[in-house]
Design a protein around this ligand. Structure first.
Ligand code: BEZ
Length: 234
């Protein structure tokens, strides 16, 4: 968003800014078409570039895994639809990378030659590039609220295991009213009550089953991967 020459960026907790766009899978109305699903809206700097190619191959290979967690993927760059189609065809027909080959990108890739969407989402960061989007990742929940934003510079390919971890951690926090500690992975202990609530954790929690308190403000409980899977992968 650009108001009075001040560039503002969507923030965590904001409703995802609305737009209609042409994509490799037809027209989309964002975020309305995605209500009821999680969606990751991500930008890449340019088609026919190597880092972006490795990212698309990785994301496309993991699409099914994200879908099982009720999460859809939507890509964007400031290239045209013709460029997108040619690049995705090249990826499928010619590129083999780290055991991935014949990779078909089935999720929509937005054409944004006017940079309208990229500017709305703070994806154009002129200190890095005024003609290409940075590698932005927006996690948007089923109600259309932005829940996490991660930005990477042009030179740095994203870690897709981390993006998946973020998605599952957000869903776990919602489903169980907990927070997740540093480097948390499903099956690790979670934090109760969730971070940000009053610091009365120890007295409320002590003595309860599967709860461990480190101090008055810091208690954890066991939460098995099975319990998480049962709730998230219904
Ligand atoms: C790449 O994806 O390889 C790339 C794109 C833009 C700038 C630098 C690298």
């Amino acid at each position: 968003m650009e108001e009075n020459n001040v560039i503002s960026m969507p923030r965590i907790g904001d409703p995802a800014p609305e737009f209609t766009a042409e994509t490799t899978q037809g027209t989309i109305h964002f975020p309305n078409d995605y209500k009821g699903s999680w969606v990751i809206l991500f930008s890449h700097p340019a088609d026919f570039t190597p880092v972006c190619t490795t990212e698309f191959m990785t994301f496309a290979t993991m699409e099914e895994k994200f879908a099982k967690a009720n999460c859809k993927l939507v890509g964007l760059s400031v290239d045209s639809l013709y460029s997108h189609i040619a690049w995705l065809r090249t990826i499928k027909e010619k590129i083999e990378f780290k055991g991935m080959k014949d990779v078909e990108v089935k999720f929509p890739l937005i054409e944004d030659i006017t940079m309208t969407v990229a500017k709305k989402y703070g994806m154009i960061q002129p200190g890095e590039s005024s003609t290409k989007a940075v590698r932005a990742v927006f996690f948007i929940d089923p109600k259309g609220t932005i829940r996490t934003i991660i930005y990477y510079p042009l030179s740095l390919g994203r870690n897709f295991d981390e993006l998946y971890r973020v998605l599952i951690a957000l869903q776990t926090a919602d489903a169980f009213s907990v927070a997740t500690p540093a480097d948390w992975r499903p099956g690790d202990d979670v934090i109760v009550p969730p971070a940000g609530s009053c610091g009365v954790a120890k007295e409320r929690m002590e003595g309860k089953e599967n709860i461990k308190c480190y101090d008055w403000f810091f208690c954890t409980k066991e939460l098995s991967e099975k319990e998480i899977n049962q709730k998230i992968f219904k």
